[in-house]
Design a protein. Sequence first.
Length: 220
Amino acid sequence: MEEKREINQETDVKEETAEQMQPDEPENGQAAAEDTAAADNGTAEASEEDTAENSAETKDAAKDKGGFFRKKEKKDKKDEKIEELTDRVKRQMAEFDNFRKRTEREKSQMFETGAKSIIEKILPVIDNFERGLATVSEEEKSSPFAEGMDKIYKQLLTTLEEAGVKPIEAKGKEFDPNFHNAVMHVDDEELGENIVVEEFQKGYLYRDSVVRHSMVKVAN
């Protein structure tokens, strides 16, 4: 009987031990399961975030690539026509402006050429006036005829001066081939070198342009 009681007591102890162990196992298993699920959820969320970032980067790259390689948009036909007409008008205005300037320049040159031609024809008349007045003696200079000739000569010079004609200074000046035409040379140390000592025929300028060179004698 005592052996049976001992056996029964051992059996009760084992059962109590089993009962104490059973509740703990489910709790530990549930905690482990929860930890595993949380880890799986974290992995899944991280994977989703990576996938979203990769997708966004892919879209941006595709967008940039498309922006770089896409063809230029064609302009509207109306805009192209407007640009064409505007460019044509600008070209025509530039051509007209060049034509106007060229015409004015040609007119000025023609006017200057015509004026020079007329002046060249008048200059011999002035030369004859000077030759005639040079032959008048001191006594005859007070005569009405000589005074009239002198007044006409001066009036002619004034009119030419108002038109832009003026005589070239020669006597006593240094010889300048641009204005003087040397027809004689004289050796004179007192006068200096390349100095105009005598003027045979007056030269004239029209607006700083030579109409006729002065005919002079130059000292060597």
